[in-house]
Design a protein. Structure first.
Length: 148
């Protein structure tokens, strides 16, 4: 019999695999405009209780790599995400699937939001957004994620 946690982690089935990453960084309060590429992999760990996302990128501004961990939190009935970058930066997010193709993330201790939108079995679009002075969200990072 599968546990509740294992059932919840099947929502990530579309993410599992090796991916090519195409970065677009619009000019924002966080950075100058930039573009780049990278590689990433989503995989299951520890009896399918976690989904791990490891990736590396090369942008004009430099190289970076990071490690992310998704887990179901039964207490709050949402997913948690822990993100660790090779620069020493780290953040946490609370997230949930708002439908079968969209994972919405709220970055804790910030005003940043992020969505992963599964556009097809071989393509995911990631957008990280920040509120503008007009009360709308504007992108600060866009990544096209294509299956290798």
């Amino acid at each position: 019999m599968e546990t509740q946690k294992e059932d919840k982690m099947t929502k990530f089935d579309s993410f599992i695999g090796k991916w090519e990453l195409e970065y677009n960084v619009p000019e924002s309060i966080f950075s100058k405009p930039d573009k780049g590429t990278g590689k990433g992999e989503f995989k299951r760990e520890l009896n399918n209780k976690y989904v791990i996302f490891n990736y590396s990128s090369q942008l004009t501004a430099g190289k970076a790599s990071a490690h992310g961990i998704f887990a179901w939190d039964e207490k709050i009935r949402a997913y948690r995400y822990w993100w660790f970058e090779d620069s020493g930066s780290f953040m946490t997010a609370t997230c949930n699937f708002i439908n079968e193709n969209i994972l919405f993330m709220n970055w804790e201790n910030s005003l940043l939001i992020q969505t992963f939108t599964v556009e097809s079995p071989n393509k995911i679009f990631l957008s990280m957004d920040y509120p503008s002075s007009e009360g709308k969200y504007i992108p600060v990072l866009e990544v096209v994620i294509k299956k290798r």
